[in-house]
Write a protein that binds this ligand. Structure first.
Ligand code: NAD
Length: 335
């Protein structure tokens, strides 16, 4: 099948080409993101392959469907960037990679927590300059602290086990509790009020947009650590900035940012970054940001490429895996 693949980096091409052996799909790799300006590149392709910051609003779906689009395969789990109603309306099937390595994201989440707590990034810079002073590097034992986990799906579940391993007390919030996890589920306000560390593992939906806002921040413990490796718009970033200035929030670790599509995955080091909110965030010593790399392990990339290629083949054979299909009516329950 002919597939226009957007937002590709060399590592995407390597893994997708490797997994395409034996399937023999006709891949055309595009480096740019899929936007209203670049969608013409996909004209006449029956399939488009998209990533987290590619944009598939209703008008782009209609435009591409009129030009032969039948299938969108996502190289990710989240699908907040697609108008699913428009896909239903135009008969476009959407397949995703619901799980590739929850461990990759959960382990990166732990990395952010440990880096922030023990200030490893700052210590590394100091020792490189032969500055062995410990002033300002004081951390706390995670053992015995309360970690609030919002969203206990695949990643949240792995993260809970990781943090249990460190001896943390877990509080969980999810509208669909998973009793097999053996954790204490509480109301959101109780989780916010009791947690020393709060980590977000829920999808971005209309209900979770700006879940972290002035009201929910006010309910948190003073000096709380807030971690987001899910989707940027779960957090009202300006509200978090204000709370950092007031010292209501003590630490922030982000792998995602609500305006990340203008920044992440590109080398902008010789350009002027005009996002003042992001740049202000970077001035805090108690904030660490990674550029949407939590998924970025060899294991996860291999799994993403395998499922993506299998999704295209299955669609061609009329034998899709319903668990990989995203439809508008499934969204309430899914990610
Ligand atoms: P999942 O579908 O397995 O789990 C999501 C959980 O969130 C479900 O249990 C669901 O019931 C719950 N949920 C839904 N609405 C909620 C709400 N209002 N409050 C609390 N919980 C709610 O998804 P997953 O595989 O665990 O992934 C979680 C999120 O992580 C994805 O949606 C994606 O946005 C993000 N993600 C980020 C990266 C990265 O590289 N940073 C990689 C993969 C996934």
């Amino acid at each position: 099948m002919r597939v226009a693949i957007f937002s590709t980096k060399p590592y995407d091409r390597d893994f997708l080409n490797e997994m395409n052996e034996g399937h023999n799909h006709d891949f055309t790799f595009y480096e740019p993101r899929l936007t209203a300006e670049t969608r013409g590149l996909a004209e006449g392709f029956p399939a488009v392959c998209a990533f987290v910051n590619d944009q598939l609003p209703a008008d782009t779906i209609a435009y591409l469907a009129e030009r032969g689009l039948k299938l969108i395969v996502l190289r990710c789990a989240g699908f907040n960037n697609i108008d699913l109603n428009a896909c239903d309306e135009h008969g476009v099937t959407v397949l995703r990679v619901p799980a590739y390595s929850p461990h990759a994201v959960a382990e990166h989440t732990l990395g952010l927590i440990l880096t922030l707590n023990r200030k490893i990034h700052r210590a590394h810079n100091r020792t490189r300059e032969a500055n062995f002073s410990l002033d300002g590097l004081l951390g706390f034992d995670l053992h015995g602290r309360t970690v609030g986990v919002i969203g206990t799906g695949k990643i949240g579940a792995v993260f809970i086990n990781v943090m249990k391993g460190l001896g943390c007390h877990i509080l969980a919030y999810d509208p669909y509790p998973n009793e097999s996890l053996g954790v204490q589920y509480v109301a959101l306000d109780e989780l916010l009020g009791q947690s020393d560390v709060i980590s977000l593992h829920c999808p971005l939906t209309p209900e979770t947009y700006h879940l972290i806002n002035p009201d929910t921040i006010a309910q948190m413990k003073r000096g709380v650590m807030l971690i987001n490796t899910s989707r940027g718009a779960l957090i009202d970033t300006q509200a978090v900035l204000d709370a950092l200035k007031d010292e209501q929030i003590g630490y922030v670790g982000l792998d995602v940012y609500e305006e990340e599509s203008d920044l992440f995955f590109e080398d902008l080091s010789d350009r002027i970054v005009r996002d003042d909110v992001f740049m202000r965030l970077m001035t805090f010593p108690n904030v660490i940001v990674t550029g949407h790399q939590a998924f970025f392990t060899q294991d996860a990339l291999r799994a993403i490429a395998t499922t993506t290629v299998n999704n295209v083949t299955a669609f061609e054979k009329g034998d899709i895996n319903p668990e990989n299909q995203v439809m508008a009516e499934k969204v309430i329950r899914s990610s």
